[in-house]
Design a protein around this ligand. Structure first.
Ligand code: PLP
Length: 390
């Protein structure tokens, strides 16, 4: 038998990936230790060495989420999988889902809930602003949702939503709280247990400093109770958290480990190392480092005559700084200039902030004064080169 489709010549070329300075809203540059971990030997997800790694990761994630939740693990997929998995596991037909919309990630959550057939309601605020407890309570009272979804670290607008007191409020109205902490975990504080958050999820490639492709997630006791008492099967086999939990021995000591699907062990090795780095540094030190780096960047952009995007009185996010685009500067050209000349990824906005902002992400190992100053130098040079001539 002869093949009719010939081997593609393009695959005879060597693979060359240049180093880039990833000052985007993620992925961020990973440390040499994390990258090295990716090249460990392939092992099976049911081997004893794999179990050791899963246990290490669970402990590390409990630390970064500040929780004792046994249902804490890394699902296989990007941050969006966290959004989808959190909703799909809590949602039962007939449920109402309330979403606090102030950027693209919450809009996505509303879309996901709508696709499931949920009654979806949203509360909205201007991009660059966050929600007050009063606005949230009014909506909980009005719509009586079973699930409330909110983003802690909005990476397209650069605002930080305080989620400390929302859990108890939701519980007063018999509602479960989901927090999208994709960009925040590892860079800004989150206390899942203390703040009574029912589900929170992160992105491996953001402030955690790991590889792309894993969605750390944690389910609290109220969420687990609802999942255990479901009347219907979870709409997705792959994302069914109680099935997935068997891999991670998260269902109690009496439930044996089991296979759900083949875990991406090499990604998990790298996440394990990223978490080990966080343990060695200490979370408080890491939050401080992200804060100090962001303060340095904010002072630097002011010096360049630029304005921050978050509204007056809002807390700017420490992981991603958003700067308003300025008339007289071709922002698309600026982005290309930074990439072509410096191999630096300096993205613009996304969703409704597309032409309005410019973003500087300094997370994980990139959150340090030298990288902040280098980024500001590149920005300064790019602004000079991208002025629109009158
Ligand atoms: C707050 C937030 N939520 C969700 C996502 C989606 O993550 P991913 O692109 O890894 O699917 C992102 C991505 O930047 C994000 O910033």
């Amino acid at each position: 038998m002869e093949c009719t489709v010939p081997p593609p010549d393009r695959l005879r070329r060597p693979l060359v990936i240049p180093y880039k300075y990833m000052m985007s809203a993620g992925p961020t540059n990973a440390s040499a230790r994390v990258l090295h971990a990716l090249s460990n030997p392939i092992i099976g997800p049911l081997h004893k060495e794999a179990y050791e790694v899963l246990d290490d990761i669970k402990a590390g994630l409990q630390y970064v989420f500040q929780t004792k939740n046994e249902m804490t693990f890394a699902m296989c997929g990007s941050g969006t999988l966290g959004t989808e998995a959190s909703i799909v596991n809590l949602y039962e037909p007939g449920d109402t889902v309330l979403v606090a919309c102030n950027g693209i990630w919450s809009e996505r959550a509303a879309d996901i809930a709508e696709r499931l057939g949920a009654n979806v309601h949203t509360i909205e605020t201007t991009h660059g602003k966050t929600f007050t407890l009063k606005e949230i309570e009014d909506a909980l009272e009005k719509y009586k949702p079973q699930i409330f979804f909110i983003v802690q670290a909005e990476s397209t607008t650069g605002v930080f939503q305080d989620v400390q007191h929302i859990g108890p409020l939701c519980h007063k109205y018999n509602c479960l709280l989901i927090v999208d902490a994709v960009v925040g975990v590892g860079g800004v504080p989150i206390f899942v247990d203390k703040w009574d958050i029912d589900v929170a999820f992160a992105g491996s490639q953001k402030a955690l400093g790991g590889p792309t492709g894993l969605a750390p997630i944690t389910f609290g006791p109220r969420a687990v109770k609802k999942m255990m008492n479901r009347k219907t099967k979870v709409h997705s086999f792959y994302m069914d958290a109680l099935e997935f939990a068997k891999n991670w021995k998260s269902l109690g000591p009496e439930v044996p480990r089991g296979y759900h699907y083949t875990l991406s062990m090499n990604l998990l090795f790298a996440l394990r190392e990223a978490l080990a780095e966080i343990v060695e540094e200490g979370l408080e030190n890491r939050w401080k480092r992200h804060h100090e780096t962001a303060e340095r960047v904010r002072a630097g952009v002011h010096k360049l005559g630029l304005e921050l995007f978050p509204h007056e009185g809002e807390t700017p996010l420490n992981c991603v700084t958003t700067v308003r685009t300025k008339p007289g500067i071709d922002w698309r050209k600026l982005r290309h200039y930074a990439m072509d000349v410096y191999k630096m990824d300096l993205p613009g906005g996304f969703g409704k902030t597309a032409k309005q902002v410019h973003r500087i992400g300094l997370m994980g190992s990139n959150a340090n004064p030298y990288t902040a100053d280098f980024t500001l130098e590149v920005l300064k040079d790019a602004i000079e080169h991208c002025k629109i001539s009158e």
